[in-house]
Design a protein around this ligand. Sequence first.
Ligand code: ADP
Ligand code: MG
Length: 252
Amino acid sequence: MDAIIRLEKLDKTYKSAGEPVMAVRSVSLTVERGEFVAIMGTSGSGKSTLMNILGCLDRPTGGRYFLDGMDVSNLTRDEFSDIRNRKLGFVFQSFNLLSRTSALENVELPMLYSRLPMTARQKHEKAMKTLEMVGIAQRADHTPNQLSGGQQQRVAIARALINDPVLFLADEPTGNLDTRTSVEILGIFQRLNEQGITILMVTHENDVARFAKRVVVMRDGRIVSDRLVENRSNAEEELRSLPAEDPLAAAQ
Ligand code: ADP
Ligand code: MG
């Protein structure tokens, strides 16, 4: 068995003032190594709650979660942060880069907390290579405010990849990007996935989900549909048919 994610009857109930909210209800799901899954659903259907649990940012209130074969349903905070650093890469809608820090330093940062026996020079080289992989090495010394949204997301992808995660998680990664830039980012995802990286991406847009290989739809905290994508979109092909980039933006 090569499952990266295995969820068994997972529940998450928020108990605050008033009625408890059952945000995730008895979700069972298996994701194998090398898959590219989009999680869809309208606002409030439980996507982010599920993502937070998958990303070891929050604990389920019931059921079990196995990540890369290990039961992570009930870990301590420290164990959670260790797992996040070693096994997971995150990308968010809002990029979440450190603002006064260069692209290169943003990408190097997760290596500071990892226990990899690497010299500063090796870390530097690995960060540069990862920036190259996502096509942004020429901006390595720029800070986020000197970069476009698409360029910032490339840096965030490099940062997410730097510790060789077993699972790459993206919550609405193209939510702040224009159409062409979105397809470029989805093209990077497709390329990474072809190289064997397992991807799980949350989106509420069909136009984004159709680049994945499999789509899981949630409603009221449950999975209501789970199917392979037919006639999957190929980002490279689509980029050829989209109008060229705005020359002003390209000159930046
Ligand atoms: P989605 O990402 O699909 O929009 P969420 O996972 O954010 O859905 O929310 C699912 C349900 O859980 C919603 O009813 C939401 O109001 C509720 N919810 C989310 N986070 C919390 C929280 N921290 N406390 C209480 N209720 C929450
Ligand atoms: Mg959400």
